[in-house]
Design a protein around this ligand. Structure first.
Ligand code: FA5
Length: 347
């Protein structure tokens, strides 16, 4: 049977469809329940056996060609419809798009990244520890037994299983020393631990229930307070972007001996005295001290042979000083106008 006449007729029908509706009608005529193309393919059964293979092949090829012609015509109508939709009304596809509002880094992250880079350049390694901590690591290993009054100054959230939300990053001191000495490691040891801490405190301009600290720990032979002061001065000079003077006052933390509060000369008045530094010329910036022998022993290090220093920097405090922010609640307040002032994009 000659299928070429059918071919001409069907392709002309498709080409002649004026719009998508007309094309749909042609589709039904050719491929519907009694569609002409399908009828042609089915008619193979009425032929003598020897004619069937050649006819079947030709009919199927024709069917595929007509399907393809229908699909091409359908795509053309769809594209035309989309174009009509886009150019209708107020929409102007030739107008430039709105710039993409990408996120920026949180100021705490900016300063934390800078501190990590700085300490890594001084040979420190970054460590991490759990935010849900055991009583042993948060308190006992740090020389704060159950009846010690120092526990009062770090009231926390206790969980039903006896664990707690860590009140500081200091527990990672003993965790790190234990993990390394278990494998036969000996100092020198230089670590920093940035991380989130929690305290059951009333929130005000300078206190949050969740805040960030960065712990530092150095253990080696003959480590002294001079090494501590030099390291702190270097770090503060970079972070506060200016030359700094520091001073130490006695401070009490059971896991250091001696312990200090480290002050920096006021960045707002240069040390002359202003309302921020309460006319003293100094601003308290971080507590620190020489690691207590009890803590070294808990970490598997012999305090007769090694000494060390440690510090616990409140990250928000440093960020506030650097950018002149006067209320700690801004950091987690979710005010986009506050956050948009810090334009550093994620690395
Ligand atoms: C500690 O947490 C000690 N672990 C620090 C330390 C480490 C001392 C190593 C000696 C050696 P303190 O409770 O003072 O100390 O907290 C340290 C810093 O965390 C404070 O100076 C402050 O900047 C910040 N901080 C403490 N509590 C809060 C809070 N509720 N909200 C915001 N920042 C806080």
């Amino acid at each position: 049977m000659d299928t070429s006449a059918k071919r001409e007729q069907w392709l002309a029908l498709i080409a002649g469809a004026a719009d998508a509706d007309a094309l749909a009608a042609v589709d039904r005529q050719l491929f519907g329940q009694k569609g002409e193309v399908l009828e042609l393919v089915r008619s193979v059964t009425s032929l003598p056996k020897e004619e069937r293979p050649a006819f079947g092949k030709a009919a199927n090829l024709l069917k595929r060609e007509v399907e393809q012609a229908l699909a091409t015509a359908r795509e053309r109508f769809e594209a035309e419809a989309l174009k009509r939709e886009l150019t209708a009304g107020d929409f102007d596809p030739t107008e430039p798009g709105r710039p993409w509002q990408g996120g920026t880094l949180h100021p705490i992250t900016i300063v934390q990244n800078e501190l990590v880079d700085l300490f890594q350049s001084m040979g420190f390694r970054q460590e991490d520890g759990p935010e849900i901590e055991s009583e042993y690591y948060n308190f006992d290993a740090l020389n704060i037994p159950g009846d010690h009054p120092a526990r009062e100054s770090q009231d926390t959230f206790w969980l039903d299983d006896g664990n707690l939300l860590r009140t500081h990053t200091s527990p990672v001191q003993v965790r790190t020393m234990q993990r390394l000495t278990k494998d036969g490691f000996e100092p020198p040891l230089r670590v920093i631990v940035p991380g989130r801490c929690f305290r059951c405190e009333t929130v005000d301009k300078t206190h949050e229930h969740s805040f960030y600290q960065m712990e530092g720990l150095v253990v080696d032979r003959d480590v002294s307070v001079a090494n501590l002061i030099h390291t702190m001065k270097t770090c503060l000079r970079v972070i506060l972007e200016r030359d700094v003077e520091v001073r130490l006052r006695p401070g009490f933390f059971p896991f250091v001996e001696p312990g200090f509060e480290l002050d920096v000369n006021c960045p707002f008045c240069g040390g002359k005295g202003c309302s921020v530094c309460k006319q003293s010329g100094w601003i308290e910036i971080l507590p620190c001290g020489m690691v207590h022998p009890h803590v070294l022993r808990q970490g598997g290090i012999d305090p007769e042979e090694f000494t060390g220093f440690a510090f616990g920097m409140g990250l928000q405090r440093v960020v506030m000083l650097r950018y002149g922010i006067d209320d700690i609640r801004q950091f987690m307040g979710g005010d986009i106008r506050f956050l948009q002032q810090f334009s550093e994009v994620p690395r």
